[in-house]
Structures are given as C-alpha cells and as structure tokens.
Design a protein around this ligand. Structure first.
Ligand code: ADP
Ligand code: PAZ
Length: 135
C-alpha cells in the first residue's frame, strides 16, 4: 500500500494499493493556502518567513505562526498517516510531493521519500498508456 502526500494548493493524501487501485483520498487546505487565508482574515497577522522554528512554543508572532504552519501541518500529516495505517491494518510506503513537500519530508520519518515530480511522472505514464491504447 502506498500513500501519496501532495503538499500543493490543497493538501491531499491518496492511498493506492499494490494493483494501482485508489483505496481512498483525504483533501485538506494546503499549507500556503491556509496561511494566506489566516493572513487575509486577520488585521494584525502578516506574512512570515517560510522557516521551521527552533521550538514549538513561539516567543514572537512570526515564530508562533511558523510553529502553527510547520509543526501544525506536520502533526496533521503524521496523524493522518497513522489513522490510515490503523484503518487498513497494512504497512504503507509514503511518498511526498508538491510545493512545500521537501520541507515536511525532512521533518518526519513517516515520509519515506520526497519525489518532486511524482504527479508529472504519473501524467507521463497516463499519456503513454492511452497513446498506446489508441494506436
Ligand atoms: N519551492 C517552493 N517552496 C515553498 N512553497 C512552494 C514552492 N513551490 C510551490 N509552493 C507552494 O505550493 C503550492 C503549489 O503547489 P504545487 O504542488 O506546485 O501545485 P498544485 O497546487 O497544482 O499541486 C502553492 O501554495 C505554492 O505557494
Ligand atoms: C483536491 C485538489 C483541489 C488538489 O489540487 P492541487 O493542490 O493538486 O492543485 C484537486 O485535485 C481537485 O480539485 N480535486 C477534485 C476532486 C473531486 O472533485 O472529486
């Protein structure tokens, strides 16, 4: 079983079995989408440097927001991976991709590999599959 965690505009977790069949999907707001929404919905919170803070407890507004963004989303992803494992009772191999995926893959052992071009590779596979079938 594989889980593909896509850190894009949306944060999606797609679970695929060994036959390539989709077992189910989770869609949540993406990291930057969520941060932009927070900034846009408040008067005093402005943009932050995209940096992982040293401690989970922030001592100024920027560190507090960095903690929420990085450790918050990290905990969500780790928690969701565990919940999928629990539900399926199977070992899973976790692949991360998408805009901010490289940052999160370095923060957890629950992600096995970061593949920046995973979605594009999938589209290429589909292109050749259907091209062959239509010949
Ligand atoms: N190198 C990067 N570092 C940090 N954030 C990025 C980077 N590249 C893209 N993003 C953010 O990731 C999101 C887009 O994700 P991406 O995987 O590129 O596309 P899609 O939304 O189509 O899956 C946007 O919110 C964008 O701001
Ligand atoms: C969940 C998504 C917004 C993710 O988009 P992404 O972050 O990859 O750009 C996109 O895959 C989507 O619009 N899915 C729709 C699925 C449906 O309507 O069933």
């Amino acid at each position: 079983m594989k889980i593909i965690v896509d850190f894009g505009t949306a944060l999606t977790l797609t679970c695929v079995d060994t036959h390539g069949e989709i077992k189910g999907v989770i869609i949540a707001p993406g990291v930057i989408t969520s941060l932009n929404s927070l900034i846009g919905s408040t008067a005093q919170l402005s943009d932050i440097e995209m940096r992982v803070p040293k401690t989970v407890l922030g001592k100024n507004t920027e560190e507090c927001m960095q903690s929420g963004v990085f450790f918050g989303f990290l905990s969500m992803v780790e928690g969701l991976i565990d919940k999928i494992k629990e539900e399926l009772q199977e070992k899973v191999y976790v692949i991360a991709t998408g805009g901010t995926g490289h940052i999160f893959s370095e923060l957890t052992h629950k992600i096995d590999v970061y593949d920046r071009y995973h979605t594009i590779k999938g589209l290429r596979e589909l292109y050749y599959k259907y091209k062959q079938e239509n010949l």
